[in-house]
Design a protein around this ligand. Sequence first.
Ligand code: NDP
Length: 278
Amino acid sequence: MPLSPTVTFHDGHRIPLLGYGVFKVDDDRAADVVGQALAAGYRQVDTARLYGNEEGVGRALRASSVPREEVFVTTKLWNDEHAFDAAIAACEASLDRLGLEQLDLYLIHWAVPEQGRYVEAWRALIALRERGLTRSIGVSNFPLAELEEIIAATAVVPAIHQIELHPYFQQRELRAAHAQHGIVTQAWGPLGQGKSDLLENPVITGIAEAHGASAAQVVLAWHRAHEIVAIPKSVTPARIVENLASLELSLTRGELAAIDALDRPDGRGGRDPGRPWG
Ligand code: NDP
């Protein structure tokens, strides 16, 4: 299987366009499936403190014959750790659980606007990068106003913004802002998280049939064509391989345009980052 092409951050570091996510995968299972993903050829793993599987991810990284420097590892700061000192300690604790000296990417998991500490958390991530605990820093689930605010307050632009993004929810406004700032866009829930009929949509399945590919492969090829980093999750061995094999699928301009047209105003499947947690 070919390795994923990469996209370059404004800080000069590179991230594979296709990676592997482990939301809702318990620690022991994560050790197993991340091992499978690395063996298949994935070189990017996305976890978070919230997922409770950083230790399992770390075990898989150590057990793998793939050298550490060839794997891009991301984890995230949870919502109760936005105070500066708490954020520093949280990153150190994540590194301990992962058994790593340095992350490739550390993200603020959610802005939590009503908590009002995302600028403080962003200053902590800037300090963590300066101290060498992470190579790159970014955010996840920031409404546009809060994204603009952390940039204005610190003059430091996130390398990447990880957001819900799939053909039913294409995030055009945020993607335009990312393009202006030089921020890479990363898609969580790239396959729609199984919450909609995305993988049965006739536009997608028609394109899949034309290529002898699966619907999931078509969706992942669409992300890649737009230079959107996608991190599909699967604990199913055949799907782990199938999703990676989307790298061998290239869509035509007409096919991409047909998928672009599937965007829906009500296409969001997950939590709205602007809505209070309550
Ligand atoms: P995905 O869109 O990746 O969908 C995962 C679901 O799709 C699972 O039920 C999986 O089933 C199924 N699936 C995977 N591959 C295929 C396939 N080839 N054909 C059919 N079904 C398939 O959703 P996620 O929520 O997992 O998002 C991906 C990653 O993004 C997460 O794992 C996490 O790393 C990150 N994330 C980040 C968030 C954030 O707030 N920053 C929020 C949510 C996710 P099965 O596993 O049974 O094979």
